[in-house]
Design a protein around this ligand. Structure first.
Ligand code: UD1
Length: 417
């Protein structure tokens, strides 16, 4: 099994380019199911989750090819197996994003229930309720959601919780429904807006994406289009935290600073100097690192996907920082591993109280989920001696060439078997 070996203590310096957003690419790949014509997608990151989604779509009959600019072209002229098997869904919950498009285009879908997930229950009841409101019948058979609808009908749906993939599933379903679908309490994440942008290029009629009420006027057919994935705000956030935490000086390029307002505000509170341009962020820190308090919430508030990285930064900051995780239960699995590096953290329910220590000491730690892995890597960058991060397949799900990018910023990091 591959691991990362990190020699801590080097402030990061230089320039790093951000890749396309995993969480925007995955729903956009699924949007290809909505049309028989080719969908060309640029700026798709090279990640394990993307490969998993491509093989899932391939199994259904979608033709996948790469164009000369490394863009991906998908053509779902015929979908012979509208199904997402358990083996796929259990490795990547985002597989559930095929449900809405399949039932809208094929009138049927068989998608495995996700089952247990390392960071909490993460049910899909809102996806199901929304599709039922649109006229689909959904039964659970042998662990699979089986959805059927001759043609979905537009409906007014108010979700009980703000759900990102739930909003995306229902928005995709609404594009081919008969009549108008209104999603209230919709997720406002930039990835939802990027998907809406792609769907609109395919001929969908959508308004309100980026607000909490999205209106979709169904059309009979969508057509092919060309689209490009937005930069990954969580990868961007991870690099800027690493820069601040190591006392470095880093310019992140190809970014969308406007997608990170809450993150950059907390970074300034932590003592970093942050400058932004249209597509870059420059972060440096020479003064002390200060502990910050934060609470995760849906966009545009502080993202749960940046919680672990800020928690790691608090471990070596002056003072005590209190972190509330309000999106997922059980999303503090990085805490035990950070404690193995010498961090002083107490967890009570969904709250972690982090008292900064003078230094962390390298040790072998285990990655437990994607963002937890990132927090261990950046902790390793400041720990004394060597940190070995085991089980990095989690990291490869969501960070493109992370060790290469960090090496170019001066980090002593290498992949070992
Ligand atoms: C997406 C992101 C993930 C991010 C999360 C929250 C993708 C592929 N993944 O995940 O990186 O951490 O948003 O920003 O985009 N919930 C329900 N019922 C549902 C759906 C969700 O109760 O039907 C709950 C979940 O348990 C969770 C909360 O709603 O507590 C938010 O989950 P959701 O926004 O759906 O997360 P994902 O879309 O799975």
């Amino acid at each position: 099994m591959e691991k990362l070996a990190i020699e801590g203590g080097v402030p990061l310096h230089g320039e790093v380019a951000v890749s396309g957003a995993k969480n925007a690419a995955l729903p956009i790949l699924c949007a290809a199911l909505l049309t028989a014509e080719p969908l060309r997608i640029g700026n798709v990151p090279h990640l394990r989750d993307v490969s998993t989604m491509l093989s899932l779509l391939g199994q259904m009959g979608v033709a996948v090819s790469m164009d000369d600019k490394l863009g991906i072209e998908l053509c779902a002229a015929r979908i012979h197996t509208p199904e997402a098997p358990y083996e796929m869904v259990k490795t990547m919950r985002a597989s559930v994003l095929v449900l809405g498009p399949l039932v809208a285009r094929c009138g049927e879908a068989r998608v495995s229930l996700p089952g247990g997930c390392a960071i909490g229950l993460r049910p899909v009841d809102q996806h199901i309720k929304g599709l039922q409101a649109m006229g689909a019948t959904i039964t659970v058979e042998q662990g699979y959601m089986v959805a059927r609808a001759k043609r979905l009908k537009g409906a007014r749906i108010c979700t009980d919780v703000v759900t990102v993939t739930g909003t995306e599933n229902l928005m995709m379903a609404g594009t081919l429904a008969d009549g108008v679908t209104v999603i209230e309490n919709a997720a406002r994440e930039p990835e939802v807006t990027d998907l809406a942008h792609c769907l609109t290029a395919m001929g969908a009629k959508i308004s309100g994406a980026g607000t909490d009420v999205i209106t979709i006027e169904g059309v009979a057919k969508l057509h092919g289009a060309t689209t490009s994935v937005i930069p990954d705000r969580i990868e961007t956030g991870t690099f800027v935290v690493a820069a601040a935490m190591t006392g470095g000086d880093v310019r992140v390029t190809g970014a969308r600073p406007g997608h990170l307002d809450a993150v950059l505000a907390k970074l300034r509170d932590a003592g970093a100097t942050v400058e932004t341009g249209e597509d870059w962020i420059h972060v440096r820190r020479s003064g002390p690192l200060k502990a910050v308090n934060l609470r995760t919430a849906p966009y545009p508030a502080f993202p749960t996907d940046m919680q672990a990285q800020f928690l790691a930064m608090n471990c070596v900051a002056q003072g005590t920082g209190v972190i509330h995780e309000d999106i997922f239960e059980n999303r503090f699995m990085h805490v035990q591993e950070l404690q193995r590096l010498g961090a002083d953290i107490e967890v009570d329910g969904n709250t972690a109280v982090v008292k900064g220590v003078a230094a962390l000491d390298g040790a072998t730690v285990m990655a437990t989920d994607l963002r937890a892995s990132a927090s261990l890597v950046i902790a390793g960058l400041v720990a004394r001696g060597t940190t070995i991060v085991d089980r990095i397949y989690h990291l490869d799900r969501g960070y493109e060439a992370i060790e290469e990018k960090l090496s170019r910023l001066g980090a002593r990091i290498k992949r070992v078997s």
